[in-house]
Design a protein around this ligand. Structure first.
Ligand code: HEM
Length: 609
């Protein structure tokens, strides 16, 4: 017997009936089963207990990093060529071979440090993870929007992330003093710092950010010959970024601005598009270079290793259910298809263990049976059972009694290797724990500063002064020392903002873990007086135009007002483009007294602090 209220509104026969997960019809979804109308409740209250206990388990652990993100779906279309050469010269990966061939993709964009509901305009690298559902199984390209990373050895990742997360005692916020405590002792992070603290550290939206594989991979052709490869995604809309001030104005009222922008654009039929290019290098150590090509704190100079286009990607579908397709999607750097391979990049090897390890914990050991993660290619394994097993990976005609290999009783067999099983250069060495010899931690950081647009440089300096202004003096001094080692002007400007000049830090010895090159020792002897680095002819990854989207906050309205001038096509690439501080008129507020109007130099870090 149920109360009258539970019957409303009256259902027609066409409305589907509510059931529980056992398929039992639910007769009353408003009242527990009780003894009399006032209780007590009974323990055999199956429907109530099932409902509430499932609710109690609705969350899975959020990702330990990249918890905040948004997934969208679409396709990758191959050009069949790499630049103007047939792509088969370098890789046999089937998805690339044929002009116009389309492969379904899922892409998840994310921030790194914040929790699942954190602000999407935080200063942070953005994850750019692409899952290609190819005929040969899945390929995941798990990258970011900045092209490099803070560290080059995977063993430092947990320390790095701990330093970026809130204080374990107070858990108040991301704390610059802790973040720069780590960064100031990690000189290889300097290149990434010059990007994250520039406007590129706050993309205006997921649709207008670049993407990079960051780590170095290999391509393998039909003969088994290998090349080193780096991947670049360029947004068709061009690159747009925010200052800390713009970001603060957005997150005052909106934490999910990037997800909303992405899904609304797809709903309007404005499908975001990126072009994929690669850089190729012979597969060896390249002793002629002043950096190690496998070092993920470096970009490869584009004037020597030009970008070659290989295809385009379009996103035309938002998830039907955010949890199923965003929270449960699982990417990993180990997920490659034939024709693609790993390099010996020490970060890549460490990452490759970490991703599927965390997903077995976060989603469960059978996470690859979930539709969003399962390959479109037929799966036939001898893996069985485990929590939440959804099916048995049987091949057509396979003897279901044989879940082992080898067998002559109708079990699975091994595939034929497409070529010989030995590839790449011969590697010799003794077991050791050593950093790579060509660290060169300052050059690209300095070049990056010089090749940035003027408004980016000004914003970078302002953001560093703001963040370091919240740090202890020894941390400030070491950071100014590093910045001077990178580029005089950068170090002098940040130093000026902090009240630290080169004489204050000239006495500092290199860090105990640092081995300076002859050139670096010469810079140190002349700290702050080395003159600008020579960047003539240098084409650096990221030195593409970056448009500021100016956002002002009007407290009289709920939503931030964003103005952007929309380019109709991707702007031309240039290595040294200069722009004035702001590319468009600011949005005019009808309520002048209530708008936030601070200059970028006072923009907080972390935003909102
Ligand atoms: C040794 C270094 C690294 C380790 C150990 C590591 C580990 C992890 C872990 C544990 C996750 C969570 C995965 C999940 O729960 O599904 C993750 C996510 C992610 N990482 Fe890393 N990571 C490393 C470096 C990097 C680098 C260098 C990049 C960029 C090039 C990167 C890009 C990403 C992205 C995009 C995600 C989010 C994937 C998604 O959207 O589900 N990581 N990483």
């Amino acid at each position: 017997m149920t109360t009258a209220s539970s019957q409303q509104p009256q259902s027609g026969a066409e409305r589907p009936v509510l059931t529980n997960r056992q398929g039992h019809a639910v007769f009353d979804n408003q009242n527990q089963r009780t003894i009399g109308a006032r209780g007590p409740a009974t323990l055999e209250n199956y429907q109530f207990l099932e409902k509430i206990s499932h609710f109690d388990r609705e969350r899975i652990p959020e990702r330990v990093v990249h918890a905040r993100g948004a997934t969208a779906f679409g396709f990758f279309e191959a050009y069949g060529t790499v630049g103007d050469e047939p792509i088969s010269t370098y890789t046999r990966a089937k998805l690339f071979q044929e002009k116009g061939k389309r492969t379904d993709v899922a892409v998840r964009f994310s921030t790194v440090a914040g929790g699942r509901d954190s602000s999407e305009v935080a200063r942070d690298p953005r994850g750019f993870a692409v899952k290609f559902y190819t005929e040969d199984g899945n390929w995941d390209l798990v990258g970011n929007n900045l092209g490099v990373f803070f560290i080059r050895d995977a063993i430092k990742f947990p320390d790095f992330i701990h330093s970026q997360k809130p204080d374990p005692v107070t858990f108040e916020r991301q704390d610059p003093n802790r973040a720069f405590d780590f960064l100031s002792q990690t000189p290889e992070s300097l290149h990434m710092v010059t990007l994250v603290f520039s406007p590129r550290g706050i993309p205006a939206g997921y649709r207008t950010q670049q993407g990079f594989g960051v780590n170095t991979y290999k391509w393998v052709n039909a003969q088994g010959d290998t090349k080193l490869v780096k991947y670049h995604w360029m947004p068709k809309l061009g690159v747009r970024s925010l200052t800390a001030e713009d970001a603060a104005n957005i997150q005052a009222t909106d934490l999910g601005s990037h997800t909303r922008d992405l899904y609304e654009a797809i709903e309007r039929g404005e499908y975001p598009e990126w072009e994929l290019s690669v850089q190729l290098m012979d597969d060896d150590e390249h002793p002629e270079l002043d950096f190690d090509p496998l070092d993920d704190t470096k970009v490869w100079p584009e004037e020597r290793f030009p970008l070659r286009k290989v295809g385009r990607m379009v996103l035309d579908r938002a998830p039907e259910n955010f949890f199923l397709e965003n929270e449960q999607i699982a990417f990993g750097t180990g997920v490659l298809v034939d024709g693609l391979d790993f390099s010996d990049d020490k970060m890549l090897v460490g990452r490759t263990f970490s991703y599927s390890d965390t997903q077995r914990y976060r989603v469960g050991p059978n996470y690859l049976q979930l539709p969003v993660n399962a390959p479109r290619a037929k799966v036939a394994t001898n893996q069985r059972d485990g929590q939440m097993a959804y099916g048995v990976d049987l091949a057509d005609g396979q003897n279901p009694h044989v879940n082992y290999e080898p067998s002559i009783l109708g079990g699975l067999r091994e595939a034929e290797h497409p070529t010989h099983d030995e590839q790449g250069p011969v590697i010799t060495g003794r077991l050791t724990r050593k950093r790579i010899p060509r660290t060169n931690d300052y050059q690209q950081a300095g070049e990056r500063y010089l090749l940035s647009e003027q408004w980016e440089r000004d914003d970078l300096v302002a953001n560093l002064v703001d963040a370091l202004g919240q740090c202890d003096r020894p941390i400030q001094e070491r950071m100014v020392w590093h910045l001077l080692m990178a580029e005089d002007e950068l170090g002098l400007r940040v130093g000026e903002g902090l009240g630290i000049n080169p004489d204050d830090v000239g006495h500092l010895e290199p860090l105990p873990t640092q081995v300076l090159s002859d050139e670096e020792r010469a810079r140190l002897a002349n700290l702050g007086k080395n003159g600008p680095r020579d960047v003539a002819g240098r084409e650096m990854t990221h030195c593409v135009p970056n448009e500021r989207v100016v956002v002002e906050r009007c407290r009289a309205v709920r939503r931030p007002a964003a103005r952007r001038s929309r380019p109709t096509a991707a702007p031309p690439r240039t290595s040294r483009r200069r722009r004035p501080a702001s590319t468009g008129a600011r949005a005019r507020c009808p309520h002048p007294r209530c708008c936030a109007r601070r200059g970028p130099s006072t923009g907080p870090w972390p935003p909102g602090s």
